[in-house]
Design a protein around this ligand. Structure first.
Ligand SMILES: Cc1cc2nc3c(=O)[nH]c(=O)nc-3n(C[C@H](O)[C@H](O)[C@H](O)COP(=O)(O)OP(=O)(O)OC[C@H]3O[C@@H](n4cnc5c(N)ncnc54)[C@H](O)[C@@H]3O)c2cc1C
Length: 353
């Protein structure tokens, strides 16, 4: 019965053009079936890592992995480590002056055990000697963080990059505000190190860093913080720095950071206070002072929100959502929300890393 139904059209079709059209359709169908089987098996068949390949003796590149040596793994807080990676001389980037190495960029590290890759941010960019330093957090069930913490001096891992996290253009902004939590500090350290500490800053730009860690021990290592603190003290017109620690006791904090330490989290009032944004509360004294100063330059003239300002936010997702509003679909920027929206910052002024 089935057979006769399948054969039926064929028996009826007598003209040659109908036969060739039928053959064409059949071969198209066969081609599409084969292609879709091949494509789906490529994605679904359980097999080895199918991402970028690995090449030895090739320059660092975003499109393939190169092997590098872990030259040091030192503990830098609870569940925190600073990893030093050495890129072999024949894999040093070919053009060190390329804009791809301008801040802010990251690298992908491949976990060989489970064949996945995760991005990490070189704290200083890449040194002349091909050295990269990373500040890496280990989460209790986090795969790559735990794997990286287990690496010892002499081990080999695979990296690819640089991949741009945010294209910073020198001289484009008058005010650059950075708000970070945990290892979200790393991209801002890279930016400040390359721009400020190496003297590349435009005279008109002022940076402000508000960083939060859960405990004093989880603050970025002092070796990273101290040069920033020293710079902020010497050049307050170029760098303001505020460190926030939940329930921090100043008595236990290292002496050099006490002046910059606040107890608690980064919130609306601490951002407003650090950036000199008036809280908008009405009072008789401000009303009288406004009357008195009418006709003279207003406080709004120095209002950071009316300047050429960029606010960068980087940290755990709940923190980013609270400060700047949640990410959109597929980690797109989404709307400016949270505390920054309440403070009057607009789209185009805020970027979630
Ligand atoms: C551009 C970019 C740069 C980055 N740079 C750094 C860096 O310099 N140093 C660094 O340590 N990390 C950095 N990260 C984060 C890093 O890529 C990984 O997401 C992180 O290390 C967790 O990966 P994992 O494989 O260890 O954990 P996963 O296996 O992905 O996650 C396992 C568990 O850990 C939890 N978890 C994962 N990430 C977080 C988080 N951020 N906060 C709270 N819980 C979390 C998950 O909820 C889950 O329960 C960066 C991320 C991006 C996008």
């Amino acid at each position: 019965m089935i057979r006769s139904r399948l054969l039926h059209p064929r028996l009826l079709s007598t003209s040659p053009s109908t036969t060739s059209r039928y053959r064409l359709r059949l071969s198209t169908l066969a081609f599409l079936t084969t292609t879709s089987v091949l494509v789906s098996s490529y994605f679904l068949w359980p097999s080895k890592y199918r991402g970028s390949p690995t090449f030895n003796h090739q320059p660092l590149s975003p499109s393939y992995f190169i092997p590098v040596t872990v030259s040091e793994n030192s503990q830098a807080g609870p569940d925190l480590a600073v990893l030093t990676l050495s890129i072999p001389p024949d894999s040093h980037p070919l053009d060190k002056h390329t804009s791809s190495l301008d801040p802010i960029w990251s690298i992908f590290i491949k976990d060989d055990d489970i064949q996945v890759e995760r991005p990490y941010t070189p704290l200083f960019g890449i040194g002349k000697d091909g050295v990269i330093k990373l500040w890496v957090k280990r989460y209790p069930r986090g795969e790559v963080g735990r794997w990286l913490h287990s690496k010892q001096a002499g081990d080999t891992i695979e990296i690819r990059g640089p991949l741009k996290t945010f294209p910073f253009h020198q001289g484009k902004w008058d005010e650059v505000v950075m708000i970070s939590g945990g290892t979200g500090f790393s991209p801002f350290h890279q930016l400040l190190f390359r721009q400020l500490l190496r003297g590349n800053v435009a005279a008109s730009t002022r940076f402000t860093l508000l960083h939060a860690s859960r405990t004093l021990a989880e603050l970025p290592p002092l070796s990273l913080l101290q040069p920033l603190i020293d710079f902020a003290v010497a050049h307050p017109e170029h760098l303001r720095l505020a460190l926030f620690v939940d329930g921090a006791s100043r008595a236990l904090a290292p002496k050099s950071i006490v002046k910059h330490l606040e107890a608690g989290r980064i919130d609306k009032s601490s951002i407003g206070h650090t950036l000199g944004i008036p809280d908008g509360a009405w009072s008789w004294s401000s009303w009288i002072s406004n009357l008195w100063t009418s006709g003279q330059p207003k406080i709004g003239d120095s209002d950071i929100r009316k300047k050429n300002v960029l606010v960068l936010v980087c940290g755990p997702e709940p923190m980013v959502a609270t400060i700047a509003g949640p990410y959109g679909r597929n980690y797109s920027q989404g709307k400016v929300g949270g505390v920054l929206a309440e403070l009057g910052f607009k789209a185009g002024q805020v970027w979630k890393l």
